[in-house]
Write a protein that binds this ligand. Sequence first.
Ligand code: GDP
Ligand code: GDP
Length: 437
Amino acid sequence: MPKPVLAIVGRPNVGKSTIFNRIVGERIAIVEDKPGVTRDRIYSSAEWLNKEFNIIDTGGIEINDEPLMVQMRYQAELAIEEADVICFIVNGREGITSADEEVAQILFRSKKPIVLGVNKMDDPSMHDRLYEFYSLGIGDPKPISGSHGIGLGDLLDEVIKQFPSQTEDVYDEDTIRISIIGRPNVGKSSLTNAILGEERVIVSDIPGTTRDAIDTPFSKDGQDYVVIDTAGMRKKGKVYESTEKYSVLRALRAIERSDVVLMVINGEEGMIEQDKKIAGYAHEAGRAVILVVNKWDVVEKDDKTMLNFEQKLREEFLYLSYAPIIFLSAKTKRRMQHLLPLVNEVSENHNLRVQTHVLNDVIVDAVTMNPAPTDNGGKRLRINYATQVAVAPPTFVLFVNDPELLHFSYRRFLENKIRETFNFKGTPIRIIARKKN
Ligand code: GDP
Ligand code: GDP
């Protein structure tokens, strides 16, 4: 279930972000009011030959004011810690620099699979320069051109070959994996403790085995869960760990591994831009989401406070209109008892499979009531048939006369109709249009 990770390492200006963008491609936005995490471009999912993986541009995690060599060391360490395969990029026009040599040594010692990409080889006449790079001692240099998109296929072939055959997930399918996300001090650890401290919760002592996990498995009322921690108990003191982008990266990785994301918001402060980015990622990744407003005990309240806060949250998180909001206090435990039942409910909805005939009734009714508008050329979307093709998140395929005719607002309309009929509270749903044959 967890996807393998590729990290790109290299000196500034060798072309890392160009290559990153090439590999990631212009991914089709699932929603149009999209929150834009993917524009941040340090971490993204990608695919090559039907193999899905995640990719990190370590150069995007800047460590301020450090000399080049120190920065390079951090980048390399970060890659070693986070990635299954490291793609080391050098500049074919400049040749080997001492920074390259040092990074190559660090990477080599880590014993992680390394693929060496020699960039800016824009035309084949430059390929003689490749041989020099054998002296880095980390394998066959692959000539590439990020800006021209040359050689990336061969590079990725090699990367994929080096991925571990199976990144195993230690938890069985019925385990609900919960990540608790939010910026420092919102109460993530307190919330984790409050969940675990509930009566009749049995904390199992299976140690987390995945590399970045301080996972705490537990069960309650016969349901297995695991809390994936991001607050972190990992080796402290690494410079990159204190950078904001790195903490975002870790949050994204935890989201990736989870089924249900608890997005924790400080009731005293409301949300900030970074919360939105992270929540947006959870949405794009298709995870179930609950907005947890913590520290509600210290908020001065009257009978409108909750409603006002909720309204503000809804405005900030338009694309998360399906996410339930729970107001609680991890400290006083007020309303804590409602949290796990809500987790169970959204998890169930996330895995909900609807009956095809009911789904088609809903679509037919929706279309009858409000036919799709015609486009400029007078063409109108016709939906022949709908079917659910996946769960987690529930994904629907509409077979239509012309997929291009399914526009954002009509897609929204159909989504709302589907949501009115089925209980998809807490889960994103996806609607894909396919041309009927
Ligand atoms: P980063 O700092 O390693 O992320 O490097 P960038 O991706 O920002 O690229 C640095 C510069 O090199 C930019 O001006 C790119 O347009 C250029 N560049 C990237 N890839 C190539 C390439 O394959 N050939 C050439 N000629 N220039 C490239
Ligand atoms: P984290 O950094 O997100 O893991 O946050 P912590 O769980 O360490 O909490 C940060 C601070 O907020 C600590 O001093 C907690 O005692 C406090 N805190 C956490 N939850 C609550 C709450 O529900 N109410 C109040 N009043 N304080 C809380």
